[in-house]
Design a protein around this ligand. Structure first.
Ligand code: ZN
Ligand code: ZN
Length: 337
C-alpha cells in the first residue's frame, strides 16, 4: 500500500513527507483494518512534522481524522462488521487504569496513544485502529465532509463546552475548528465574534457567511465585551489580547496542542476572575455527544480535497493560511479536485 511517511521531524519547513510503498497492516486482537477513504489534514500534523511536538513514532504515518471502511478484524473485535464505515480520531488508545481514566478524564491518560503521532495514522491506503476508539459516522455525511468532524469538530466542541454558557463568544483563528464551532454556537443562540489574521478579508467574509455577528483582525477589539474567547491559532500573543476582550469572569480557552510563548502581561487583565485554560485531546464521551448533535444542527463542513500523493501540497497550503474550512486527502486520486 501507499503511505506518506515522516522520517525526521523539524525544524520548521524542512520535513516533507515521503511517499513510500509499505506492507499492508494486520490487526491485533482488538483492532480493525480500515481501507482509508478520506483523511483530513490538521494543524497538529504540522506541529508533529515541524518537531514542535516531541517524541513521535518514527517513521510515522500522520493523519488523525480518518474515515474508512472495515476490511479486516482482529479476533476480539466485535463492535463493527466488515464493510462498516467508521471514523478514527486523535485519541487512539488509553490505559483504562490510571486515575485520569478511572475518573472520566481519559483525555489526560498518562499512557494515552495518539493517532498520527504515537500510532500510525491515515495518510495511507490502509490503517489499523483499536475498535473501542472508533466512531460510527452518521449517514448524513459524505466521507470527505465527515473527516473534519473527527478533530476540528471534536476539539472545537470540547473547547466550546469549556468556554461555558456565555452569549458572546470570540474565536481567534478562523480555520477548520472555528468553522464548525461557529455553527454549533449559532444553533445555541450565541453570538460569534471572529478574529482572523489582520487583513485577511477572505477569512472575515467566510466567518460572516457562517453567521458570525462581527469579523475583524486579531489585533482589533470587538464591538462588545465578550463572555469567553477560544483561541485556535497557535499564537501565544493572542492570550493577553483575548483577556483584554473578555469581561469580568470571562474565560479564555486555548484549543490548540501547541502555541508559541505567551508574552508577559499585567495582572489587571486577569483580575476580576478572568481565567485561562487549555483543552487537551478528547474523550470518547465527547465523540458520542458531538456525533449525536452534529447532524441535528446540522453542522456542515467545507472541505478542499487533494489526492493522497499531494499531502505535502495540502500541508503547505494549510501552513500559509490558504485553506478555507478543512483540507482533506482522498486515497482514490480520481476523486481529487
Ligand atoms: Zn487535529
Ligand atoms: Zn489511563
Amino acid at each position: 500500500m501507499r503511505a506518506l511517511r515522516l522520517s525526521t521531524p523539524g525544524p520548521v519547513g524542512t520535513g516533507p513527507l515521503e511517499l513510500a510503498e509499505v506492507s499492508d497492516p494486520s490487526p491485533a486482537d482488538d483492532e480493525l483494518v480500515l481501507s482509508v477513504v478520506a483523511c483530513a489534514v490538521c494543524r497538529t500534523d504540522l506541529h508533529v512534522i515541524d518537531g514542535e511536538l516531541t517524541g513521535p513514532k518514527v517513521p510515522l504515518v500522520p493523519g488523525h481524522e480518518i474515515v474508512g471502511t472495515v476490511t479486516e478484524k482482529g479476533e476480539g473485535a466485535e463492535r463493527f462488521e466488515i464493510g462498516d464505515r467508521v471514523g478514527v480520531p486523535w485519541l487512539g488508545w488509553t490505559c483504562g487504569e490510571c486515575s485520569y481514566c478511572l475518573w472520566g478524564r481519559e483525555n489526560l491518560c498518562d499512557r494515552a496513544r495518539f493517532t498520527g503521532y504515537t500510532l500510525d495514522g491515515g495518510y495511507a491506503d490502509y490503517t489499523v485502529a483499536d475498535q473501542l476508539f472508533c466512531f460510527p459516522i452518521p449517514d448524513f455525511y459524505g466521507d470527505a465532509e465527515a473527516t473534519p468532524l473527527l478533530c476540528a469538530g471534536l476539539i472545537g466542541y470540547r473547547s466550546l463546552v469549556k468556554a461555558g454558557d456565555g452569549k458572546r463568544i470570540g474565536i481567534y483563528g478562523f480555520g477548520a475548528a472555528a468553522h464548525i464551532v461557529a455553527q454549533v454556537a449559532r444553533y445555541q443562540n450565541r453570538e460569534i465574534y471572529a478574529f482572523t489574521r489582520p487583513g485577511d478579508k477572505q477569512a472575515e467574509k467566510f466567518a460572516l457567511e457562517l453567521g458570525a455577528v462581527w469579523a475583524g483582525g486579531s489585533n482589533e477589539q470587538p464591538p462588545a465585551q465578550l463572555d469567553a474567547a477560544i483561541i485556535f491559532a497557535p499564537v501565544g500573543a493572542l492570550v493577553p489580547q483575548a483577556l483584554r476582550a473578555v469581561g469580568k469572569g470571562g474565560i479564555v480557552v486555548c484549543g490548540g496542542i501547541h502555541m508559541s510563548d505567551i508574552p508577559s502581561f499585567p495582572y489587571e487583565i486577569l483580575w476580576e476572575e478572568r481565567s485561562v485554560c487549555s483543552v487537551a485531546n478528547l474523550t470518547r464521551q465527547d465523540g458520542e455527544e458531538f456525533f449525536a448533535l452534529a447532524p441535528r444542527i446540522p453542522v456542515r463542513t467545507e472541505v478542499q480535497t487533494f489526492p493522497l500523493a499531494e499531502a505535502n501540497e495540502a500541508l503547505a497550503r494549510l501552513r500559509s493560511g490558504k485553506i478555507q474550512g478543512a483540507a482533506v486527502l482522498l486515497t482514490d486520486a480520481t476523486a481529487g479536485g
